[in-house]
Design a protein around this ligand. Structure first.
Ligand code: SF4
Ligand code: SF4
Length: 678
């Protein structure tokens, strides 16, 4: 006898089930088409290229739950059970359909025993465990990231739990009533059947099976029909959103074609791309983005989760309303202000922590910056603190007080190759100093340390000195795309004039913009951060650090070095290369999870007027490691954290804040053969 089972045991009038299923599909399709129409209103975006790379990423995030298991691991693990439970049970239902409705008899033999009976039983039971864990998390543990509760959250969990339990009741009753010889291959159903047989007897069990079968079907069909009208929609949109993720360099904001565009920035929903609109419906409301957001943690009026949900609500409400006349650019924005407040947009440091945490790869930062573009370029509205910065960038090509001539102050007593002085002299790498490195007193000593280390290693480098202009990073993050493009084009012309191919910089913001954003405007160079460059010099033996009084050291990951460019190892290896150094990490808050210092997105030039200080929050974490030295790799982190650690450290226990170049320069000075500047 071949192992199998009867699909419609004890059921008559099966046509009713098919009729109900047709109604279910119609309701589902109507709801789904409404979403599709809404997404189609967005502008074009290319997100279907490189299918193999997209598929690999999709599998990593779904089958392996890569991101979900990196933070809040217990929740991630139970979600993994949930996911696989859903996948395996859906596969089991598909097998029944193929076997019964298509007449391809696969539900039999070993496949029936091992997959359709045993595997489905195990995954069904694990699914129940995951649902119970989700209920405990949501209603007992109640982490703040999941608040506030929505009536759908509990209903969805109870609905799924009921579907699974009724499934086991049906299976148990059938095993008992048919005296199924292979019942033991479905262990959970088998045990359930034995208990039910004792409780109900044979006749009662038959009635129970009949009632439960229709109840179970009604719940399943109701569940499917409800998907497009509820939070369940993310079951479809979340994996699709991962597949459609941005594969361009992480650090590149969307380029605005200023010549062709009609609107500077985004002030209405339909000015977003279709992918931006799709993003809004992929949110699972898990709150992971919110927990790592420095603005949210410091009580600023910004939650990346609610930014997405508010846009989602507006998108759905607008579509449900009667058709509106074509937008009139003279009218005030129905989006920036009424839906997303200006203060919300000006609270973001563009640190990318939200995007790094989001398990479904929603893209908050480009949306925020594109709405800022509308404020800055269309409405000329931005925080007062930024007025001087923008004026200075426009007039002098840097955001600080003082003329461009002061860019050469830091190297007056150093013998460095300035390209304009000796244009024909060859060099291996251009040292891009950056505005902070050239004009901020504290950062100047970092630039000197870098230059002296390069000299000690015998690297042939050159600088632009007064010919260097801001890369345009602050202008772009603030939303002044026009100014960014102007500055970038001027710098690209200078690079071309001198035949620059390789650029070294100690500023992660310059590093990111030169590396990832200049190619958008035709500037393609090999760009390297000083942490990587110096680490290579140490690894190759050209720099040989000796022991110093560094003590315990903790590295603060700059957002634009780590999250944007995935450089996590080099600065740590550099610190480890100093003999006798002892390195600490901030538990749960380092590398990709590092909390932003609060210096990006224009914040280095703005006062924090609401909430607590972001730099103090990060400093508290760093100081809690008991480190003697906080090592940084960014001039803005230096400014923010020097102030922060002074404020939050217990008296007499303030750690030093040093750039990794300064740490290395001190260690090199201990080696008489390699003293910097020799
Ligand atoms: S980029 Fe940073 S500050 Fe901005 S919303 Fe995301 S986590 Fe918050
Ligand atoms: S945006 Fe992403 S991380 Fe934030 S709540 Fe939605 S799904 Fe979760």
């Amino acid at each position: 006898m071949t192992p199998t089972r009867e699909v419609f045991f004890n059921i008559r009038h099966v046509w009713v089930m098919y009729a109900l299923f047709a109604v279910t599909l119609a309701i589902f399709s109507y709801g789904f088409c409404r979403h599709w129409q809404r997404w189609s209103r967005g502008l074009p975006a290319s997100r279907t290229d490189r299918p193999w790379q997209r598929l690999q990423g999709l599998l990593r995030q779904t089958a392996a739950h890569d991101r979900l298991l990196k933070r809040y691991r217990a929740a991630g693990f139970f979600h993994l059970l949930f996911f696989w439970g859903m996948v395996i049970l859906t596969a089991g239902t598909t097998v029944v359909f193929i076997h019964n409705d298509l007449g391809i008899h696969i539900m039999q033999g070993a496949f029936y025993l091992y997959f359709q009976s045993l595997t489905l039983n195990i995954f069904g039971a694990l699914f129940i465990v995951a649902l119970l864990a989700a209920l405990v998390q949501r209603y007992v543990a109640r982490p703040s990231r999941l608040k506030p509760d929505h009536w759908q959250d509990g209903l969805i969990l109870i609905l799924l739990l009921t579907i699974l339990l009724t499934g086991f009741i049906l299976q148990g009753a059938r095993i008992q009533l048919t005296r199924d010889p292979w019942g033991a291959w479905s262990p959970v159903g088998n045990v359930a059947g034995s208990l039910l047989a004792r409780l109900f007897g044979v006749d009662g069990l038959r009635q129970l099976h009949l009632f439960t079968w229709w109840f179970h079907m009604a719940l399943v069909f109701g569940f499917i029909a409800w998907i497009p009208y509820s939070k369940l929609m993310h079951l479809l949109t979340a994996p699709a959103n991962i597949y459609l993720r941005d594969l361009e360099p992480r650090g590149a904001l969307p380029l605005l074609d200023i010549e062709k565009t009609e609107a500077l920035g985004i002030s209405r929903l339909e000015q977003f791309s279709w992918k931006d609109l799709f993003d809004l419906d992929a949110c699972t409301e898990c709150g992971r983005c919110e927990v790592n957001c420095p603005a949210n943690i410091s009580n600023k009026p910004l939650s990346p989760k609610w930014l997405i949900l508010d846009l989602q609500k507006a998108s759905r409400a607008e579509h449900a309303a009667a058709p509106t006349p074509p937008p009139n650019p003279e009218e005030p924005s129905p989006l920036v202000g009424p839906v997303i407040r200006e203060e919300t947009l000006w609270s973001c440091t563009t640190c990318r922590a939200c995007m790094e945490q989001c398990p479904v790869m929603i893209e908050q930062v480009p949306k925020i910056v594109q709405m800022r573009r509308h404020l800055v370029m269309e409405r000329a509205e931005f925080p007062d603190d930024l007025q001087g910065v923008i004026r200075s960038l426009e007039a002098r090509g840097h955001p600080y007080p003082g003329s461009s001539a002061s860019r050469s102050d830091w190297h007056k007593d150093l013998d460095v190759h300035v390209l304009s002085d000796k244009p024909g002299q060859s060099f291996d790498v251009l040292l891009w100093v950056g505005c902070a490195g050239a004009m901020n007193d504290r950062s100047k000593s970092v630039t000197r340390a870098v230059a002296q280390l390069l000299q000690a290693a015998g690297v042939r480098f050159a600088i632009l000195s007064r010919e260097e202009k801001c890369t345009g990073d602050p202008a772009r993050r603030i939303g002044h795309e026009f100014l960014f493009q102007q500055l970038a084009q001027e710098n690209i012309a200078t690079f071309d004039r001198y035949g620059v191919k390789k650029i070294l910089t100690s500023c992660p913001h310059c590093f990111n913009t030169l590396r990832n954003e200049y190619p958008q405007l035709g500037g393609n160079y090999q760009v390297i951060h000083h942490s990587e460059f110096l680490q290579e010099l140490v690894a190759s033996g050209r720099l040989r650090p000796e022991a110093t009084a560094l003590g315990k050291v903790v590295f603060h990951d700059p957002c634009y070095l780590g999250r944007y460019n995935q450089v996590y190892g080099a600065p740590r290896q550099l610190l480890d290369s100093v003999p006798n150094s002892q390195r600490a990490e901030v538990p749960n808050w380092s590398a990709r999870n590092a909390l932003c210092c609060g210096g990006g997105g224009g914040f280095s030039f703005m006062e924090e007027k609401t909430g607590t200080r972001m730099s103090h929050n990060r400093s508290r974490q760093l100081v809690s490691t008991g480190a003697d030295t906080v090592a940084v790799g960014c001039p803005f982190c230096m400014t923010m954290l020097e102030d922060g650690v002074k404020t939050v450290s217990p008296e007499g226990q303030t750690p030093r804040v040093l750039d990794i170049a300064e740490v290395l320069a001190q260690a090199i000075m201990q080696n008489p053969a390699q003293e910097p500047g020799r």
